[in-house]
Design a protein around this ligand. Structure first.
Ligand SMILES: [Fe+2]
Length: 218
């Protein structure tokens, strides 16, 4: 719960946290411009929360220790702020993410998707919020994947947040503008204002797409 960012990744984290508020551009406002302090809508963890954890467990999912190559796919940065309903930052919160690789495959024994696993992708990572409640991850944009024969999940990243003073939060972050979003059986069950809270608009910073996903705890 109290682990700090990996010092070797500090330059990445520092760079990732300087992005200002992005401007809404899609038919729904992205999460970064939603009125603050509204609790983030929870969503299912899904079936693919890790059953075992990688030795490499930092906030850079694009590189696995002892592997010579980087993960396949488009590298992205995801940053944000964990706050409470009074808009106060939540320092020391543990933020976990897990996701599919670029082909849409999870590193989980129950994932029956025949798509190839990426041995160079970390699949799961964690970060601890700083004194301003900020966190950051370097990862890749996940692929879409079949949940069943009639349902293809849009690209998304699973989040859990744990804080000693708040209820745990499990939710999912979606990419603004994805055509599969409005068809998704989980996403479409949320009212529009909740959908907007979980949509993130990515903009290139130094040629790398960066998105801001703020999380409000109860
Ligand atoms: Fe998923």
């Amino acid at each position: 719960m109290n682990e700090n960012f990996n010092p070797s990744r500090r330059s990445f984290v520092k760079g990732a946290l300087v992005l200002g508020t992005v401007v809404a551009a899609e038919f729904l406002k992205p999460a970064s411009v939603i009125a603050a302090c509204v609790p983030t809508p929870p969503e299912t963890a899904g079936p693919f929360y890790p059953v075992s954890f990688p030795v490499d467990n930092d906030n850079d999912l694009t590189f696995v220790k002892n592997q010579s190559q980087k993960a396949q796919g488009e590298i992205i940065w995801v940053q944000g702020r964990v706050q409470d309903e009074a808009c106060q930052p939540v320092p020391g919160a543990l933020v976990e993410i897990w996701q599919a690789c670029a082909t849409g495959r999870y590193n989980h024994p129950e994932d029956t998707n025949p798509a190839a696993l990426d041995p160079n992708f970390q699949y799961w990572g964690k970060a601890t919020t700083n004194e301003k409640g900020e966190y950051a991850f370097k990862t890749i944009k996940p692929g879409s994947y079949p949940a069943n024969w009639f349902w293809t999940r849009p690209p998304h990243i699973h989040f859990t947040v744990h804080s000693r003073s708040h209820s745990p939060l499990t939710t999912q972050m979606y990419f603004a503008g994805e055509p599969l979003n409005p068809k998704d059986r989980l996403f479409r069950d949320h009212p529009p204002e909740e959908q907007a809270q979980c949509l993130v608009d990515f903009r290139k910073v130094k040629n790398v797409p960066m998105g801001t996903f703020n999380l409000t705890l109860k």
